[in-house]
Design a protein around this ligand. Sequence first.
Ligand SMILES: CC(C)(C)OC(=O)N[C@@H]1CNC[C@H](C(=O)N(Cc2cccc(Cl)c2Cl)C2CC2)C1
Length: 339
Amino acid sequence: PSPKNGTAPTPLINYLDTQYFGEISIGSPAQMFNVVFDTGSANLWVPSHSCSPLYTACFTHNRYDASKSLTHIYNGTGFSIQYASGNVRGFLSEDVVVVGGIPVVQVFAEATALPAIPFIFAKFDGVLGMGYPDVAIDGITPVFDRIMSQHVLKQNVFSVYYSRDPTHIPGGELVLGGTDPNYHTGSFHYMNTKEKGKWEVVMKGVSVGADMLFCMNGCTAVIDTGSSYITGPASSISILMKTIGAVELAEGGYTVNCNLVKLLPTVAFHLGGQEYSLTEEDYILWQSEFGEDICSVTFKALDVPPPTGPIWILGANFIARYYTEFDRGNNRIGFAQAI
Ligand SMILES: CC(C)(C)OC(=O)N[C@@H]1CNC[C@H](C(=O)N(Cc2cccc(Cl)c2Cl)C2CC2)C1
């Protein structure tokens, strides 16, 4: 079934403004999974029915059962994806995957070893990488590349809307083949990806209030729909935290006094000739726990060694403010004000 007017929307669920995921199916009859559409990776994996009972994270999630799918094709090649927090191991299978109503025959990984940290905190079952084939492990053709080769999309782009308001339904939307005017306003500003094969751009600086404090000589910004927060080099983040008067908590996060939140400066990311600013509303996570308010800062320190780093990762709280179009046809990224 070719998508209507060449675009295919998938509604997303917003879990605590930190996890945005949508439903896909794998197999015949359809087995449903909630996946993060992650521009920072390029593989599809879901928990496997043959996941060992030692892995709690498998049993709190939907698992793919190859024996129940008439269209399953055996592969069996080993698979491992190294996350910062641990690695996911399993083996490859092939089956019909349906995303936004578009079916593709896809090689994906069945996870048989899923580390409890962090995946017991995941509300999603698996990850559908929306990155370039260059990032795909085992050289597997990514889902979006398979969809593009069907020539059913009006444009070889996909767009992401993440809502900031947890009560807003849907909590977000992925559109394959175009953008959704209901969720952006004003015009798009485009910038070319830094090097072909990654959703990253050259950033010209990061300013706090009126002062350009970081990345003055240019650095790399990764636009990562699968990351919850914004990360920057640890040295920059610690200066930023001092500047806004945040204090570091035991487990590494930062908090500010909730009474001072309204006084916090705007942080702006200089990308492609525009300044993309985040106000305290965009970067403070205000939580009331046991009657007391905790205001945590959603910037995290992450040092990525050269030559990849130093990088800033612009994740969900950036995308929630700036509707993002990922343009494979022109190897560029576009931002517009999100509604
Ligand atoms: C090098 C390579 C392995 C390709 O790098 C990546 O895949 N890099 C990925 C880049 N995008 C974010 C991914 C990530 O951190 N998680 C974990 C996560 C994120 C938010 C919230 C939760 Cl609960 C969790 Cl578990 C995947 C689920 C998206 C790693």
